[in-house]
Design a binder for this molecule. Sequence first.
Ligand code: ATP
Ligand code: MG
Length: 209
Amino acid sequence: MGRLRVKRIGVMGGTFDPIHYGHLVTAEEARQQFALDLVIFMPSGHPPHKEDRGNLDPESRYLMTVIATASNPSFQVSRMEINRPGPSYTIDTVRELHGIYGKNTAIFFITGADAVLEILTWKEPENVLSECTLIAATRPGYNLSRLEELLPEVGKEERGDVPKVLVMEIPALAISSTDIRRRVSEGRPIRYLVPEGVREFIEKNGFYR
Ligand code: ATP
Ligand code: MG
C-alpha cells in the first residue's frame, strides 16, 4: 500500500523476546476493531524499562518478529527502534512515523493494559497522548479502574474531544514471553504458544536454554 493511502496505522511495540500468540491476536483484533490500514510491529532496540533483563540481541528478536508476521498482509515489521542509537522512547517513534506517513495519518499505539499504566513513566507522556491514540488491550473482566484513575492526569490539555485511550477486549491469553523463556530453559513445550516458525527458530539457534 502506498504511503499516501495509509490513514490509520497501528503500532505494536514490544521486546518480542520472543513474539507469541498474545501479541499477534492483540494486533489482529486492533486492526479489525479500529479499521487500521496496517499494523507495524516495532521491536525495541534498547528497552529503557527492561535493562535488567537478559534480553536476546535486537537482531534475533527482529527476525522472530518477521517470521511470526510474514503470512499476514496487514502486518509489517520496522527496524526504526533497533536502528536508533540509545534507548527507545515512544515519543521519538511516533514523531518519526508522522515524518514518514504525514501529520494526517492517525497513529494508534497498541499495548496490553499493563503496559498502558507504564505510560506515566514514559518520556513526554503528554506529547505521546497528543500525537497518537492508545489502544489498551484487556482481557474480559479486567478491572480498568486503575487505568481510568491514572490517565485523566496525563495530557488533559491536549485531549479535546477525541478519546486518547481506547479500550479493546481480547480473548483471555495468559501467554507471556517470560513464561516462554522459562519453559524453554526447563525443557517444557512452547508449541501452540508461538508460531511454528518461531518455535523452530528458537530451537535451531538454541535460544533461552
Ligand atoms: P515479558 O514477559 O518479557 O515482559 P511480554 O510477553 O509482556 O514479555 P512484551 O514484548 O513485553 O511481551 O509486550 C509487548 C506488548 O504486548 C505490551 O504492550 C504487552 O502489554 C503486550 N502483551 C504481552 N503479552 C500479551 C498477551 N498475552 N495478550 C495481550 N497483550 C500482550
Ligand atoms: Mg511485558
